[in-house]
Every structure is written in structure tokens, then in C-alpha cells.
Ligand binder design. Structure first.
Ligand code: UDP
Length: 330
């Protein structure tokens, strides 16, 4: 019996595949390779190139393989793009997962771990953010992820499909052995952009906003290592397979770092010059996002291992130094 990882050629998906294999699990990857990288999927793993919205492709995977459960990462995830192209997000993120659930129902697959996001909360009411806090997304990306969480709830109610939605805070870092890492095009995330500056691929990093109500005026985020995130998926799946109920977990370190603090740590780790320029705020950025992951620690037995910002940036730096052109350079 295999675990089907949808979006397994992407950043968090490929790190989860690596972790599943390290734990001796059988894995099949389903990915449309629009953002994912073929090179991120190990050669001994079956890669089915397909789109969640292609029901025939899903039928084929489910009828040709014995699938015990799904881990679903396949989605569009650019907040800014979701504001200018909301229907793209409704189509891929919502309709795509709807097709997946329909086919899970038809083929009798009972378990799904779903990649959700802190963007489901919107502007937080209080810090740290708890799973029971108000969800009021401020962009279509967060809205479509929250809508899928609701679709999962009603699908469990009607068809008994058990789910766990994992709301990630800021995923960062790379596999500790450096063979896979973050490679987005275009890159929009803070840590890889800083490291591109350190590598000399970009001239400088723009700090978006210096007048937030935080200690140094820049936004504070909760950075969590991608392998720690990966482990939480595996624990979440085991928990469901042990008969526990569907639920939602936050995944973060519970500690916040400002943009300026992240740049400082990156200077220390890389030993390189990182030129900064202060710029306007980016639309839709809340000042502070920090998770309470108490529930995941307690109920999943999850213990983030690579939980210092130094270790997170060190692992990302190793990947960037060895793969300055990302997977394209392989
Ligand atoms: N950020 C920045 N410059 C950049 C990219 C990001 O100042 O070139 C800031 C961004 O405004 C946010 C933080 O870094 O406060 C983390 O942004 P990222 O896009 O990595 O993740 P998000 O928090 O949006 O999911």
C-alpha cells in the first residue's frame, strides 16, 4: 500500500517524500510539474504527471495502484497573485481538491492530510495564534484553503473521509543533507531572497515596511524548518490511521523573528555582505504571525528538531551554495 503525495515535486511535498522514504514508506507522487521539479522526486519513486482537476488521471492512479492515504500539497500559493487572479485559486485549490475528494470517495480512500496555511486566520486577534481563533482570511489564497478545510469537514461528515488540515506558518530551510531545497520561480520568500543576495545573484533585499508596531518596526514571522513540517504530516497520517478524529493543527516554532533579525542571522551564517534597502509595506502583511503549536506537540507528539533560526538558515544556505541555479542547474 502506498501513500499518494499530491504536489510531491514541490518544496514541502518533496521534503515530505524524502522523510516518508527515510521511514521506509512506499510513496507515489502525483504532480502537474507546473511549479514542482521532476529532479526533486527521487528516481526510485513513481512519478505520475497529472493535474488534480483531471479526473481521468486520478482514476488511473487510483485504479493502477494500491493507495492507503493521501497527503495533498498540490495548490497555487502566491498571496499577491491570488489577489489579482482569484479565480485561478478557486479553480486549482478548491476545484482541484474537490476532484480529489470525489475520487477518494469513489475509490474508497479514507485518509487525507491537507496542506493548509496560517493565511486562514487573516489579521490575528491575539498572539500566539490558536487553532480555535477566528478565521478571517484577507486574500483568496487563505480563503480557498479555508474553504477546502470546510469541504473536508463536510466530506468527513457525509462519506467518512478522515482528514487533518495542517496550518503552516513560514516554511523555510532545506533537507539537512542538501540534496533538495527551495526553488520557486519567481522567488518571493524572505529567506531564499536574502540568500540570493548573499550569493551575489541579487543586488539587495528590500525590507517591506519599517513602521510596523514591532520592536524594530519590521514584520515578525514564525519560521519552521521544512523537515519538521514534513514530520508533522507523517505523524498526522499515523494519528488518523490509528482511528483518531479529523482535526486541524497549527505548525510553527512558537517564536517570532523580525525581518531585520532574519537578515542579521543570515549575515552571521553566510559570512557574506547582505545589502538592504527599506521599502514600502507589502499589501496584506500582518505585523506579527506566531503560532501556538501546543496542540500539535500534545496530540501528535510532534517535536520540531531543527528549531533554531541558525539551523534553518544554515540548511537553506547549504542548498543555495551547492545549487545556485536551483534544480535547473542539475
Ligand atoms: N519580506 C521582505 N522582503 C522580501 C520578502 C519578504 O521584507 O523581499 C518580508 C515580508 O513582508 C514578510 C516577511 O518578510 O513580513 C516574510 O515574508 P514571506 O513572503 O517569506 O512569507 P509570508 O509571511 O508572506 O508567508
Amino acid at each position: 500500500m502506498a501513500i499518494l503525495v499530491c504536489g510531491g515535486a514541490g518544496y514541502i511535498g518533496s521534503h515530505t517524500v524524502a522523510r516518508l522514504l527515510e521511514k521506509g514508506k512506499e510513496v507515489i507522487v502525483f504532480d502537474n510539474l507546473q511549479k514542482g521539479h521532476r529532479e526533486a522526486v527521487p528516481e526510485n519513486v513513481k512519478l505520475c504527471v497529472g493535474d488534480l482537476r483531471d479526473k481521468d488521471a486520478l482514476d488511473k492512479v487510483f485504479s493502477e495502484n494500491k493507495i492507503e492515504a493521501i497527503i495533498d500539497f498540490a495548490a497555487d500559493s502566491l498571496v499577491g497573485e491570488s489577489v489579482t487572479e482569484p479565480l485561478k485559486y478557486y479553480n486549482n485549490n478548491m476545484y482541484g481538491t474537490m476532484c480529489l475528494l470525489e475520487k477518494m470517495k469513489e475509490h474508497g480512500i479514507k485518509y487525507i492530510v491537507f496542506s493548509s496555511t496560517a493565511a486562514t486566520y487573516g489579521e490575528p486577534e491575539s498572539i500566539p495564534i490558536m487553532e480555535t481563533d477566528r478565521t478571517m482570511p484577507t486574500n483568496p489564497y487563505g480563503e480557498t484553503k479555508l474553504s477546502v478545510e470546510k469541504m473536508l469537514k463536510w466530506s468527513d461528515n457525509a462519506y467518512g473521509i478522515k482528514y487533518t488540515a495542517l496550518r503552516y506558518f513560514n516554511a523555510a530551510g532545506a533537507h539537512i543533507d542538501g540534496h533538495i531545497g527551495e526553488d520557486h520561480s519567481p522567488e518571493s520568500h524572505l529567506i531564499p531572497i536574502i540568500l540570493e543576495v548573499a550569493l551575489g545573484k541579487r543586488e539587495k533585499i528590500f525590507i517591506f515596511g519599517n513602521d510596523y508596531p514591532t520592536e524594530d518596526g519590521t514584520c515578525v514571522r514564525d519560521y519552521i524548518h521544512v523537515t519538521d513540517l514534513a514530520d508533522a504530516h507523517i505523524l498526522a497520517l499515523e494519528r488518523l490511521q490509528n482511528g483518531e478524529e479529523s482535526t486541524v493543527f497549527n505548525l510553527g516554532n512558537g517564536k517570532g523573528f523580525s525581518v531585520k533579525e532574519v537578515i542579521e542571522v543570515a549575515r552571521k551564517v553566510t559570512g557574506r555582505t547582505i545589502t538592504v534597502e527599506e521599502a514600502e509595506r507589502r499589501a496584506g502583511d500582518p505585523a506579527v504571525l506566531i503560532a501556538s503549536s501546543e496542540k500539535a506537540v500534545k496530540e501528535l507528539g510532534w517535536k520540531p528538531e531543527y528549531n533554531s533560526l541558525e539551523r534553518i538558515i544554515e540548511s537553506a544556505w547549504k542548498w543555495h551554495v551547492n545549487n545556485p541555479d536551483g534544480f535547473g542547474g542539475k
